[in-house]
Design a protein around this ligand. Sequence first.
Ligand SMILES: [Ca+2]
Ligand SMILES: [Ca+2]
Length: 250
Amino acid sequence: MFNIVVYRTWGSRSRASSLQAKPVARRTSAAIRAIAFHVAAIVGGFCLSAFMASDSSALQFSGSGVGEIPDGLGGGIEGGCNAATEGAALAVSFAVEGLAAPITNIGVRLSFDPPHTYVGDLHVVLAAPDGVRSAPIFGDTGNSGDGDDSSDVRGPYAFSDSLSGDWWGAAAAADEAVEIPSGEYRATSDGLTQAVSLLAAFGNLSPVQANGRWTLTIADDCIGDTGSVSAAALVINESLPVSLQSFSVD
Ligand SMILES: [Ca+2]
Ligand SMILES: [Ca+2]
């Protein structure tokens, strides 16, 4: 197998170098093994370097403006909490710069501390610098017509198209006053369990359009349960699936 590597590597350069390779290959198998080892090491090292370089090419931006989420105004009766009863939204911003290629992957990381004690109160939306393109991360989680899910949120949580966690399912599985487990989830529609594609919402932005101030708004629509966003990050164009471990900003 290594012989093939040697010949292909040299043969691809020029006819002269290919001819030079053959006499070497005929001398001893030990020589071939030594050469092959070095070529394999070089190729392997190159691949590792390329892997690391592409991985580190992801752009990560820490959110500014984290803090307490103003409480909502609604409550008391069924359906009393809705868009009209949202408190002032907490706006966390990401100063995106240096993006030179189209968006191929985008993810959000979010942590709450102190935890918010009622996930169904919350509406989280990511908006591009143009203020027009936006996508929900989650909202009215567990909306069933007779109330939203009462579980807590602490995190950290990661959301992107390349993740598979079921946010609504995790909320349903967690009892009242029990935290939705930290983990990796798909973003979901506001008030609906359907997954949302962040790439569909933002993938058509040019680099020029994508560089600028992105905003993550977190609004609470119901009185009585509160919490704070303690950290947030926006990751763009990571070569690997955007994972919880990939976020280094706390
Ligand atoms: Ca629950
Ligand atoms: Ca509330």
